[in-house]
Design a protein around this ligand. Structure first.
Ligand SMILES: Nc1nc2c(ncn2[C@@H]2O[C@H](COP(=O)(O)OP(=O)(O)OP(=O)(O)O)[C@@H](O)[C@H]2O)c(=O)[nH]1
Ligand SMILES: [Mg+2]
Ligand SMILES: [Zn+2]
Length: 352
C-alpha cells in the first residue's frame, strides 16, 4: 500500500482525463457510469484508480477480469464489482514467446511506446526492428530511447543506425539517470497521455521512469560480462507523472518473437517492400531471379543488405510460430472434442 499511497500523492488532477480517459472510452458507457483504470495487475488482485481514488479489486470475487491488463478501463457495478473491461483503443500484445507461443497483453490504451535500448552490447538493429514491428502492428506510435549515452563516444552513430530503421521514428539519446538529459522528453509529455516503456532487462527503463518523475522505481545493476540485466522489475504497473502523463513500466523482455505481425512488417519494411513491387516477377524471392529491383538497390547501395535479410528472417520466424500456434490450437480443439465426447457418453450411460 505504500506504493499506492505514493501514487495517490502524485496525482494532482482528479478528473478522468488525468487518468487517460478519451472519447473512445466515453462512447462505450452511459454518462454516469462508474469507471476506473487498471494501474497494476497482481496474481490475486488488481489496483485501479477512478475519480474516487485508488482501490484494490480482488480478482476471485470480482470476476470478469480474465485477460485484464495494465492500462485497461473497467466499467464498475454500483456495488463496486466489475461489469466489464472496456474495448481497448489499442494494446501492446506480444503474440509469441520462444518455444511457448501465446498471446499476452503487455499494456493497454497506450499513446506513446518508448522502446528502450542501450549504447552497449545490448544494442541490436534486429532487436529494434522487432520492437518497431510490434509497435506498428499494434497501431501505437513508437519512439526509441537510447540510454547509456554517457558510456560511449559513438552516440551519433548509434542514433543514426536506430533512426534508419523506420522513417520519422524519433530517437532520444540520453543518460537515463540524468533529469537534465531527459528534460526534452519530459517537456513533450501531455496531461493524461499514456506512455509505456519496453525493452530488454537492464537497459534502464525504470531508471528512465525515475528521471521523468515516477516515484522510486526499483533499479538493479547489470552483468559486466555481457551487459545483461537481472530482471529487476517484476510487476507491470502504471504511475502518474508530475507532468500529468501516465507511465507504464514493464519488466524486461527476454526474447521478442513475432507471429501474425504482417501489418507491422509491411510498415517497418516499407522500403524493401516498395522496391519488391518493381521486381520483374511478382513472386520474386530476391535471390538470383532476373530483374530483381531489391538486389539492384542492394548492389548500388540504396538498400542495406541486412534489411532484406531481416525481413526474410522475420517472415520465416513468423511462419514457424504460426505453425506452432496452429498445432497448439488443434491440440486444444482435440482435447475439447474428447472431453465433450466423454461427457456425452457418461450422460448416455446414465440415461440422461
Ligand atoms: N551509465 C548509465 N547507467 C544507466 C543508464 N540507465 C540505466 N543505467 C543503469 O543500468 C542498470 C539497469 O537499470 P534499470 O533501470 O534497472 O533497467 P531496467 O530496464 O528497468 O531493467 P529490468 O527492470 O530488469 O527490465 C542500473 O544499474 C542503472 O543505474 C544510463 O543512461 N547510463
Ligand atoms: Mg525495471
Ligand atoms: Zn526481387
Amino acid at each position: 500500500m505504500a506504493l499506492a499511497a505514493t501514487r495517490a500523492a502524485q496525482l494532482t488532477t482528479t478528473g478522468l482525463e488525468s487518468l487517460g480517459w478519451t472519447d473512445a472510452e466515453a462512447a462505450q458507457v452511459a454518462a454516469h457510469a462508474h469507471v476506473a483504470r487498471v494501474f497494476a495487475v497482481h496474481r490475486s488482485d488488481i489496483e485501479v484508480r477512478g475519480p474516487q481514488g485508488l482501490d484494490r479489486i480482488d480478482r476471485a470475487t470480482a470476476g470478469g477480469l480474465d485477460g485484464v491488463a495494465v492500462g485497461d478501463w473497467l466499467e464498475l457495478t454500483d456495488g463496486g464489482g466489475v461489469a466489464r473491461i472496456l474495448e481497448r483503443r489499442n494494446a501492446i500484445t506480444r503474440k509469441a514467446a520462444g518455444e511457448h507461443v501465446h498471446r499476452q497483453v503487455l499494456s493497454a490504451n497506450v499513446d506513446r511506446l518508448l522502446i528502450v535500448t542501450s549504447c552497449n552490447q545490448e544494442f541490436s538493429l534486429r532487436r529494434l526492428e522487432r520492437y518497431l514491428v510490434l509497435a506498428c502492428d499494434c497501431d501505437v506510435t513508437p519512439e526509441i530511447v537510447l540510454t547509456k549515452a554517457d558510456l560511449t563516444d559513438q552516440v551519433a552513430g548509434y542514433a543514426d543506425q536506430a533512426a534508419s530503421l523506420l522513417a520519422g521514428v524519433p530517437v532520444h539519446a540520453v543518460d537515463a539517470r540524468s533529469a537534465e538529459q531527459v528534460g526534452a522528453l519530459v517537456a513533450s509529455l501531455r496531461l493524461g497521455e499514456t506512455l509505456a516503456l519496453i525493452g530488454s532487462s537492464g537497459v534502464g527503463k525504470s531508471t528512465l521512469g525515475n528521471a521523468i518523475g515516477a516515484p522510486n522505481l526499483e533499479t538493479g545493476a547489470i552483468r559486466k560480462l555481457d551487459d545483461k540485466g537481472r530482471h529487476t522489475t517484476t510487476v507491470r504497473a502504471m504511475f502518474p507523472l508530475p507532468s500529468g502523463a501516465l507511465l507504464i513500466d514493464n519488466p524486461g523482455i527476454r526474447e521478442l518473437q513475432l507471429t501474425d505481425c504482417e501489418r507491422g512488417i509491411s510498415r517497418v519494411f516499407a522500403d524493401v517492400l516498395s522496391l519488391a513491387e518493381r521486381c520483374q516477377f511478382q513472386d520474386c524471392q530476391h535471390g538470383a531471379e532476373p530483374g530483381c529491383a531489391v538486389r539492384e538497390a542492394i548492389a548500388d547501395g540504396r538498400l542495406p543488405a541486412r534489411r532484406l535479410e531481416s525481413l526474410q528472417d522475420l517472415r520465416t520466424e513468423q511462419a514457424r510460430n504460426a505453425e506452432i500456434l496452429e498445432s497448439k490450437r488443434q491440440r486444444a480443439r482435440d482435447i475439447g472434442h474428447k472431453y465433450r465426447k466423454l461427457n456425452w457418453s457418461k450422460r448416455a450411460k446414465r440415461g440422461q
